[in-house]
Design a protein around this ligand. Sequence first.
Ligand code: NAP
Length: 331
Amino acid sequence: MKEEFKAFVIDRDESTKEQSQGWKTVSTDDLMDGDVTVRVRHTTMNYKDALAITGKSPVVRRFPMVPGIDLAGEVVASESDRFQPGQNIILNGWGVGETHWGGYAEYARLKSDWLLHQPEGLSGADCMAVGTAGYTAALCVLRLQDLGVKPEDGKVLVTGASGGVGSFAISFLAQLGYTVAASTGRMEEEPYLKTLGASEIVDRGTLSGKGRPLDKETFAAAVDSVGSQTLANVLSKIAYGGTVAACGLAQGVDLPSTVMPFILRGVTLAGVDSVMAPLETREPAWSMISKTLDRDALAQITQSAALEDIEDLASQLLEGKIRGRLLIDVD
Ligand SMILES: NC(=O)c1ccc[n+]([C@@H]2O[C@H](COP(=O)([O-])OP(=O)(O)OC[C@H]3O[C@@H](n4cnc5c(N)ncnc54)[C@H](OP(=O)(O)O)[C@@H]3O)[C@@H](O)[C@H]2O)c1
């Protein structure tokens, strides 16, 4: 089968190292190696996609590259026993959109080891509205649960609350019975965050500047997608024996903390990675999502966006102007 189709391609001039990008007509023969070919139906935009499109961070490590770290679609050809033509699959991460052509195209060829069957009870559009951001939020919540954090332990803080990871973390935690405090720089989003399940709003300005190595024990646990000084301050406010699931760097990659929360309060800092997480970790996360997803919250979190607008959307997302998640219908 050979099909011509449109793809958003990022390229780089190797002498000047300047990045260029735009829509191109390519063919299924141009797709990279893999044992499953997929007609992409839905994709989304994550923080990492925005970094790739704008070139603000060296996310793309092979050129030319089709970005898009998440996709959902239908198998059109398969050499794998696990997948048959006509079945619906989802993909999150595995270096897709970074070193392997991704979701901003009508077709993708992928390794079957990276794919999950579309989870029961969710459509492809649902899965892309959730996307890597929501799946990472689920990984963070499961990590807190695995480390023994219970609803009766006290409040759980979510930073970067209006973003994709933050919005889903609030919703999942609230659905599971936790009391959630949401930290945001957009105080006008209080009604949105409360609709998702937050019971308290924290001005992120109170967490983003230099703080004390140990502060008042305020939260039993936290999901942090911000990093840097915010994560340092969050650690200093975690109660004895509490846990922080850290997955992001929206404020920065540094961590200007001390060992005090760890050695005096037994706090655990649990790192969460979604990209290379094995299938045994992904499957429970998607199963939790399909059981816990609140349809009203999903509708609040998700905005539909057009594939043609991805360059504008990428800039807006990095400027913190996008609330929640963007769902892109590739058809
Ligand atoms: N570890 C992983 O596998 C993994 C997976 C997915 C995402 N991530 C990372 O997680 C982070 C969030 O991803 P996302 O998709 O949720 O992005 P997003 O939708 O852009 O949300 C990020 C949120 O962080 C807050 N924020 C932005 N700049 C900030 C700053 N300078 N200081 C403090 N807060 C700031 C904003 O929330 P408010 O406006 O509410 O303050 C923003 O909405 C990113 O760093 C991303 O790379 C990691």
